[in-house]
Write a protein that binds this ligand. Structure first.
Ligand SMILES: [Zn+2]
Length: 356
């Protein structure tokens, strides 16, 4: 999956493209609603950060990267249609509707960015055992994703990770998202058979959110001291050599073109006949267009609670392709080809910069 800042940038770009006229209501005026779009843009990755609090939602992270997203998004449309009102004086219902819409916009953007960007990331980072058996190879996927975060943020907004302040843009842990959680839990239950009888699902969602917020807070803006300490602890053997891949690396030490601005040739890892020279900004723009197209269908589908035709159109437009490769359903396709960037060399160079 692309990392969290890339996802945040995409939903913010999609919001900019959705005009008030097209939606007859703005999702951007209210900072809290805006923060919910960012939460939605993290998609099922939020579940993958649920390592501490129990009962955990971790398994839903992996499952939703493989299947169930068309059903989930159409279930959110049904919920939104039930609460949608056109009476501007009914603040509570309007707020609930806007939160579901904001979350869904973010979620749809997550689906498209994962599908469209993952093949490039897999081709450019390799994976466990490919093309070598280096123990750090699996970490190169996350390392490249964080390099992309840093470089995309600079490319699009001229900002550093420290200036962007991702964590502060999210809902805070004291925000009451109980109503939204109810709708998201209902959507997961209706789209994943194995969640159908999970009576603890809403608690799991709350736990995943808490753990994600604490992960984002702790990795928000690592200081030089963080890197010196990480390196020292790695050398003592008290942490894994992969520690550097879970934070955004120092921008000034990144010496490679993670965004493929030179339009290097690459292939879909599962299907070498699918070739491309697309850069990350090209892929980002493709994902932005797909997000808007599908979100407008979602918005249409919220016009009435029972509208099988609009629901079908929406589900077809989102599709059932998994989020890991974007071309097949479940299970994901078998990856065959890659040509990694010199990430391992950079990774080690960067660590040596923090040897005392
Ligand atoms: Zn993802």
């Amino acid at each position: 999956m692309p990392s969290h800042i890339s996802h945040a940038l995409l939903v913010e770009a999609a919001l900019e493209s959705l005009t008030v006229d097209r939606l007859d209501c703005s999702l951007t005026d209210d900072p809290r609603v805006h923060s919910v779009t960012l939460l939605g843009s993290q998609g099922p990755d939020v579940f993958l950060h649920n390592h501490r609090r129990k009962p955990r939602a971790f398994r839903y992270g992996a499952l939703l990267h493989r299947k169930g997203n068309a059903g989930l998004v159409s279930s959110l449309a049904r919920s939104a249609a039930e609460i949608r009102v056109f009476d501007p004086t009914d603040d509570d219902r309007n707020r609930a509707f806007l939160e579901v819409a904001a979350f869904t916009l973010g979620y749809i953007s997550h689906v498209w960015l994962d599908r469209i960007m993952h093949p490039y990331i897999n081709y450019s980072a390799g994976w466990r055992g490919v093309p070598d058996r280096d123990p750090d190879r699996p970490a190169m996927h996350a390392f490249l994703e964080r390099i992309i975060d840093v470089q995309l943020l600079r490319y699009r907004c001229g900002l550093s990770v420290q200036e962007f302040r991702f964590f502060e843009r999210l809902p805070s842990s004291s925000d009451d998202l109980a109503i939204l959680r109810t709708h998201v839990a209902r959507a997961i239950r209706s789209s994943l058979r194995s969640a159908g009888d999970d009576h603890l699902l809403e608690q799991r969602l709350a736990n995943a959110l808490f753990d994600s917020l604490s992960y984002y807070r702790h990795t928000e803006s690592p200081s030089p001291e963080y890197f010196f300490l990480g390196r020292a602890r790695e050398r003592e053997g008290s942490i894994s050599s992969r520690w550097l891949s879970v934070v955004h690396p120092p921008e000034e030490l990144i010496t490679l073109d993670g965004l493929n601005r030179v339009h290097r040739y690459w292939q879909h890892p599962c299907d070498p006949s699918r070739t491309s020279h697309a850069s990350v900004p090209d892929l980002f723009d493709r994902a932005r267009k797909k997000t808007i197209e599908v979100f407008l269908l979602w918005w249409d589908a919220t016009g009435s609670p029972e509208n099988p035709e609009r629901t079908r159109v929406l589900e077809t437009a989102l599709g059932e392709e998994n989020l890991n490769d974007g071309i097949t359903g479940d299970p994901p396709c078998r990856r065959q080809v890659c040509d990694p960037l010199p990430l391992l060399t950079l990774y080690r160079q960067m660590k040596r910069a923090f040897d005392r």
